[in-house]
Design a protein around this ligand. Structure first.
Ligand SMILES: [Zn+2]
Ligand SMILES: [Zn+2]
Length: 108
């Protein structure tokens, strides 16, 4: 498998950087490709902190600190994470972190 052509997502859209698309943010028509640089969470498919969609840089604005890896995620995922109460904004770092991490830091 090459990163230029990674198969299809759950909606049957071709993914990988060889495939052109538009930003998945509702109403945004900016042209991107469906490569990793535009993928929510920096990886194809859905995971704990990100969805499987692709966004322009304007809509991939949040950074989440997951297992010491920084991922860019979309506004939708950021809102979802924060609404669940397990993740909060870390104003110092400008990232979204697990509440467990901030609590641990508080004990130091
Ligand atoms: Zn997302
Ligand atoms: Zn966009």
């Amino acid at each position: 498998m090459s990163w230029s052509d990674c198969g299809t997502d759950s909606k049957g859209r071709p993914i990988g950087y060889a495939h052109a698309g538009t930003c998945d943010h509702q109403g945004c028509e900016i042209e991107i490709d469906r490569g990793l640089s535009y993928a929510c969470g920096g990886m194809h498919g859905q995971d704990e902190v990100s969805c499987e969609k692709y966004f322009c840089p304007d809509h991939l604005t949040y950074m989440v600190d997951s297992d010491d890896n920084l991922h860019n995620i979309c506004t939708e995922c950021a809102d979802l994470l924060k609404s669940e109460g397990e993740w909060v904004d870390d104003d110092e770092e400008g990232t979204i972190v697990r509440t467990a991490i901030t609590k641990a830091r508080g004990h130091q």
